[in-house]
Design a protein around this ligand. Structure first.
Ligand code: DOR
Ligand code: ZN
Length: 344
């Protein structure tokens, strides 16, 4: 008998859609399956003011149509005006604010260098109930890239949370058992997104047997013990952990390059991969919480009314190896094992 599961339509709580021809090429990959997504603001130039977010939201909707809801974010800079943030939130234009430590990742040059300089914005956000979404890595060159998330928790995140305890915070795309433990130790106004790819790959996948640029992302995948801790968190049913794919398209020529860009493009096959990972963990019953319930609960939004059905086939499913866009092909994340769950 064919196995199938029908669950509440999922949301993606961390997504890069880019702009222009890339947006047009890749947005349908998410809109096909997901009802809503938190849209990252690291465009060039970044989405820094409410008016920028409103324009970007309209460009996304023109591509996806009204069945998909982009939940917009602003890019926090040391010049961000608290009044603009609060007004954009009040007007329903933005859902959250993203904080990139300057230089931490793709298009983060306008991010924050001195966290004391954004204190006023963070306080205004705490008061207005606007979540802060953190790229959780320090950029200090003396800190090893594999340690940058753990050091961020001690040096940046924990001090921010102590100074502004009412601020609702999401640690984005966590990659370490340290982050899992920190989230578990904190009150419920701290949540964390986990990506699809960090549930599947460890650092060996990137580096053993030749360098694999399509597995390179930031924060970089860590050792296997950390991947296991992420699977445990995602499949535990703890509502503080929810899906944020961080699906981040770059064209193949930008990835397969002497200085390749960070980002894994998982929008196309994320749900098939997640069903596989949750089934392997004996936790298919926890998949709906992770993809469809825990995120809205954290963001204080209703769960979706629609449903999505996954069906398990006997033979491996096929999916495109690349998505063609007007700026070039984008390679779809290869989990390294056959997939059997298909979205109907
Ligand atoms: O791998 C990543 N890619 N991590 C990020 O933080 C940014 C993203 C991108 O925009 O390409
Ligand atoms: Zn991201």
């Amino acid at each position: 008998m064919t196995q199938s599961i029908t669950r509440i339509r999922p949301d993606d709580w961390h997504l890069h859609l880019r702009d222009g021809a890339m947006l047009a090429g890749i947005a349908p990959e998410t809109a096909r399956h997901f009802a809503r997504a938190i849209i990252m603001p690291n465009l060039v130039p970044p989405v820094v003011r409410g008016a920028d977010a409103d324009g970007y939201r309209k460009r996304i909707l023109a591509t996806t149509g009204p069945d998909f809801t982009p939940l917009m974010t602003l890019y926090l800079t040391e010049e961000t005006d608290p009044a603009d943030v609060v007004a954009a939130h009040k007007a329903g234009i933005i859902t959250a604010v993203k904080m990139y430590p300057a230089g931490a990742t793709t298009n983060s040059a306008s991010g924050v260098r001195d966290f004391d300089r954004v204190r006023g914005v963070l306080e205004a956000m705490a008061e207005a109930g606007i979540p802060l979404l953190c790229h959780g890595e320090v950029t200090d060159h003396s800190v090893d890239i594999f340690d940058r998330e753990a050091v961020f928790i001690d040096r940046v995140l924990d001090p921010i949370r102590r100074a502004t305890p009412a601020l609702r915070v999401v640690m984005e795309h966590i990659t370490t058992s340290d982050a899992v433990a920190y989230v578990r130790s904190q009150p419920e106004n701290l949540g964390a997104t986990i990506t699809t790819h960090h549930l599947v790959i460890n650092r060996n996948h990137i580096l053993v047997g030749g360098i694999k640029p399509h597995y390179y992302c930031l924060p970089v995948a860590k050792r296997e013990t950390h991947r296991v801790a992420l699977v445990d968190a995602a499949t535990s049913g703890d509502a503080r952990f929810f899906l944020g794919t961080d699906s981040a398209p770059h064209t193949d020529d930008a990835k397969e390059n002497a200085c390749g860009c960070a980002g894994c493009f998982t929008a196309t096959n994320t749900l098939s991969i997640l069903a596989h990972v949750f089934e392997e963990a004996g936790a298919l019953d926890k998949l709906e919480g992770f993809t469809s319930r825990n995120g809205p609960e954290f963001y204080r939004l209703p769960v979706n009314t629609g449903t999505l059905t996954l069906e398990k086939s006997v033979t491996p499913i096929s999916y495109p190896a690349k998505i063609e866009t007007g700026v070039g092909p984008v390679t779809v994340f290869d989990p390294g094992f056959p997939l059997f769950w298909r979205v109907l």
